[in-house]
Design a binder for this molecule. Structure first.
Ligand SMILES: Cc1cc2nc3c(=O)[nH]c(=O)nc-3n(C[C@H](O)[C@H](O)[C@H](O)COP(=O)(O)OP(=O)(O)OC[C@H]3O[C@@H](n4cnc5c(N)ncnc54)[C@H](O)[C@@H]3O)c2cc1C
Length: 550
């Protein structure tokens, strides 16, 4: 059932926020904290028990929780199938994955929660966003949502045999154990226990914390199952949004914005709303006009900006290993035939294996290289994973997944199709950039050197006689769906041949009052998984909007 909380008779709000991912819930909360009236519009359905979601295995009946609440069920959100998996991913994205539910991808992701480094801000964002300016915002976010290295409420970590073995190897190679969010700038040859956004043994995250406080205010409203088709604009001034419903009883109609509209629809959703509002490259706007005709704003009002360019994702390269110490836990069986003892400890005290994430990632590992163009980051996750059964002994296998992070040169592009789907029309292809390949190969070499000294450990892939660089050139590189960057922030106005879509206030060039507060504004990749940085962006954009409107 859609949530449609709305003050009776309201036809206008000071601010309308589009999308309830980590960026959207945060900017909406902070704007409503100022006393302004705020409407948050989300196209997807409710997820966690807190918001009335109801998808769950039978053993969660009467618990008030759903599949979105229990850390160990997080891969069942996407793999269980049945009647809801098709509803959680955005059905209008081709070539990428993104969550179209309340909470956005934040409701369906792996929950990793990292404090950004100072260079994440200093090397790519404009001056207003330097690490000194961002320190207070970061502290505010992490005081509300500190994250935890130990999700189980008894303070224990479970099924760490594989992680212990790897940590021993890293230690022997003189890599340093840190608590990553205590020392965010230590990212070279370090490893850490994984930090999750979980709180009190449940998934939590920005949706729980920020939407929770926003929803407690009478000046805040939320529509779910309602999709913003376009902003209504008179030249540079945005006056409201047009909403259609994604479920029969969702809201449909026009809502006015007195002060501003903030797009937080994600790296694909935000460009789509912009294209449909006459903002973007001419060829994209022509495609929309061919489909939507007179619903679209007239050509004389179009704003030509490089929306959809600069698309990024972390590119993944795996090493697969086997070691007799590694112990596998059957997360996949949790839905239908869980271990009753594990269920009881979780339901009674939020302790044990079910309080940990399904992929049970540990440890996290980072290395910084000096690439030809400056900083080059690499991040590794490690998980017990039986899906790559190279040796018919999959229960002892682990996958070490390397992401190339800050400094990655590869960029893609998202464009709109005649049936209004967002397409990854130019992939994020590290094979186009030698600097990316060299960095990935260097990281593989360093990891292979660490692993080769571990007694009993077998590297199943890459094969011993294949060089890391040849492996990089021959293996399939996978997306990890940390999509960023399609509406880049910068001082070089895209209307004048610059590369940027939003200015340093996160305001769309050529508009008076259209802002963006999501992953799409990132000029480059962050050193670690991005959702905490996007949450910080939500806070910062609210601060900048409120300062402009004083
Ligand atoms: C499977 C997976 C695992 C991940 N794991 C991690 C992790 O462990 N740690 C981490 O840091 N990051 C992770 N990420 C990435 C992280 O979740 C995203 O970077 C982050 O959620 C992006 O936030 P956002 O606010 O930019 O947009 P999104 O989270 O994409 O939210 C956008 C929201 O807008 C809504 N929307 C779109 N269009 C409209 C419209 N027209 N009208 C109304 N609503 C609309 C969508 O339904 C969605 O709810 C993962 C992502 C995926 C897909």
């Amino acid at each position: 059932k859609p949530i449609q909380r709305r003050a009776a008779g309201d036809s206008s709000f000071d601010y309308i926020v589009v999308g309830s991912g980590p960026g959207g819930v945060t900017v909406a909360d902070k704007l409503s904290e100022s006393g302004a009236s705020v409407l948050l519009v989300e196209r997807g359905q409710a997820t966690t028990g807190q918001w009335g979601g109801n998808n769950k295995p039978q053993w969660l009946d009467n618990s008030g929780m759903t599949v979105y609440d229990v850390p160990a069920l997080d891969d069942q959100i996407w793999t269980k199938g049945g009647d809801f998996t098709n509803d959680i991913f955005c059905d209008d994205i081709v070539g990428g994955i993104s969550g179209c539910v309340l909470g956005g991808s934040g409701a369906i992701n792996s929950g990793l929660w990292w404090k950004p480094t100072s260079w994440d801000w200093d090397t790519m964002f404009p001056e207003k966003w330097n690490s000194t300016n961002m320190a207070n915002v970061t502290d505010r976010v992490f005081s509300r949502l500190p994250g935890t290295e130990v999700p189980s409420q008894d303070g224990q970590l479970y099924y760490q045999q594989g992680a212990d073995m790897l940590e021993g190897a890293l230690d022997a190679a003189n890599w340093t154990l840190v608590s990553a969010n205590e020392v965010p700038n230590q990212k070279d040859r370090v490893y850490s226990n994984t930090t999750y956004m979980f709180q009190n043994g449940e998934r939590s995250g920005p949706m729980s914390v920020y939407l929770g406080s926003a929803y407690s205010r009478p000046n805040f409203s939320l529509y779910t199952n309602a999709i913003v088709e376009r902003v209504i604009r008179e030249g540079s001034k945005i006056t409201g949004v047009e909403i259609s419903n994604t479920a029969d009883d969702g809201f449909r109609g026009t809502v006015k914005a007195n002060k501003a509209v903030v797009l937080a629809a994600g790296a694909f959703g935000t460009p789509k709303v912009l294209f449909r509002s006459g903002i973007g490259p001419r060829d994209q706007l022509e495609t929309v006009r061919n489909t939507e005709g007179s619903k679209m704003i007239g050509e004389d009002q179009w704003i030509d900006l490089p929306v959809g360019h600069n698309l990024m994702d972390n590119i993944n390269t795996d090493i697969v290993i086997s070691h007799p110490d590694v112990v596998y836990y059957d997360f996949a069986g949790l839905w239908d035939h869980p271990n009753q003892g594990d269920v009881d400890s979780y339901l009674n005290g939020r302790t044990g294996m079910l309080a940990q994430s399904a992929s049970n990632l540990n440890p996290m590992i980072w290395e910084m290289l000096n690439g030809t163009d400056g900083l080059q980051g690499l991040q590794w996750t490690a998980r017990v994973d039986t899906s790559l059964d190279i040796n018919n002994d999959a229960k002892h296998n682990m996958v070490l997944a390397q992401y190339i992070t800050i400094g990655q040169a590869a960029r893609g592009r998202t464009t709109i199709t005649p049936d209004l789907k967002m397409n990854v029309s130019t992939g994020v292809d590290v094979m186009q950039h030698e600097s990316d390949q060299v960095a990935i190969a260097q990281g593989l070499d360093d990891m292979r050197n660490i692993l080769k000294n571990v007694p009993g450990l077998e590297i199943l892939s890459p094969a011993a006689d294949v060089s890391s660089l040849n492996y990089v050139k021959s293996t399939t590189h996978l997306y990890v769906n940390h999509w960023l960057g399609s509406c880049k922030m910068g001082n070089d106005d895209g209307r004048d041949n610059g590369t940027s879509v939003v200015d340093a206030d996160s305001k769309v060039y050529g508009t008076d009052n259209l802002f963006i507060a999501d992953g799409s504004i990132f000029p480059g990749q962050t050193t670690s998984n991005p959702q905490a940085a996007i949450t910080i962006v939500g806070e910062r954009v609210a601060e900048l909007i409120l300062a402009l409107n004083q």
